[in-house]
Design a binder for this molecule. Structure first.
Ligand code: ADP
Ligand code: 5GP
Length: 216
């Protein structure tokens, strides 16, 4: 199995973090790429687990050094995926789940063409606002800013390979999990390893033919 990046995007409050966490709990073959951000930690968020929380200067330095596979300004803050985080997970043989915005998804899909791009949508605008309000992570102004960005982000849906409605959480998690399973055995991906697999089979078959000839 050749591991690949699984990119989750959605409007803020669409359920990326919740679904990524559920998948990490359910599956041993996935890992998470911890992103960098210049935004402040929310209550309960841990540096190095939820994000690497950097100052704007630290972020700029990492960008200058070429440490990011992609980065973007989202809701007025900088967010970026470290190349070494993606490689850390992929080299451990696990698919790498990434919770990134649409600008970052575009850049990452260029850098890693084997990425599976999944867009999560809320069942309705009303539900999205209710979930964001319930999360209590933003004040009224930041909330409006996130909703305005949501309108732009929804327009990018055609760039994604899959769209999953996050109505009931267990159903949405199961859908994303099925997508990972189907992608892992899709012909396009198998083509990469097909020659090696078939090569081994051909050698075994030739041995079998010789055995059969000796018996015969
Ligand atoms: P994102 O990471 O996309 O911004 P979150 O995962 O933080 O979104 O989800 C936003 C809020 O909605 C959180 O409080 C989360 O617990 C809640 N939530 C996510 N998915 C569902 C769901 N299917 N049903 C009910 N609440 C949900
Ligand atoms: P939040 O502040 O709610 O954690 O995330 C805000 C937005 O930033 C979300 O759309 C999220 O997907 C995006 N984001 C988080 N990490 C990254 C990243 O590494 N790169 C990019 N481009 N966007 C990210």
């Amino acid at each position: 199995m050749i591991p690949f990046p699984v990119i989750l995007s959605s409007p803020s409050g669409g359920g990326k973090t919740t679904i990524a966490r559920a998948l990490l709990n359910q599956r041993r073959d996935v890992g998470y790429s911890v992103s960098c951000t210049t935004r402040q930690p929310r209550e309960g968020e841990v540096d190095g687990v939820d994000y690497f929380f950097l100052t704007p200067d630290e972020f700029a330095l990492a960008a200058d050094r070429g440490e990011f596979a992609e980065w973007a300004v989202v809701h007025g803050q900088r967010y970026g995926t470290l190349k070494r985080e993606v490689e850390r997970v992929l080299s451990s043989g696990r698919h790498v789940i990434m919770d990134i915005d649409v600008q970052g998804a575009r850049q990452l899909a260029d850098a890693f063409p084997s990425s599976a791009l999944i867009f999560l949508v809320p069942p309705s605008a009303e539900v999205l606002v209710a979930r964001l309000r319930n999360r209590r992570s933003e004040g009224p102004e930041a909330l409006i800013r996130r909703l305005e960005t949501a309108v732009e982000e929804l327009k990018a849906v055609s760039m994604y390979h899959y769209m999953v409605t996050n109505d009931r959480l267990d159903v949405a998690v199961a859908r994303v999990s099925s997508i990972i399973d189907a992608e892992a055995v899709s012909r396009g991906r198998r083509d990469q390893s097909a020659e090696a697999e078939v090569g081994a089979l051909i050698e075994q078959l030739q041995l079998e033919i010789r055995k059969q000839q000796e018996i015969g």
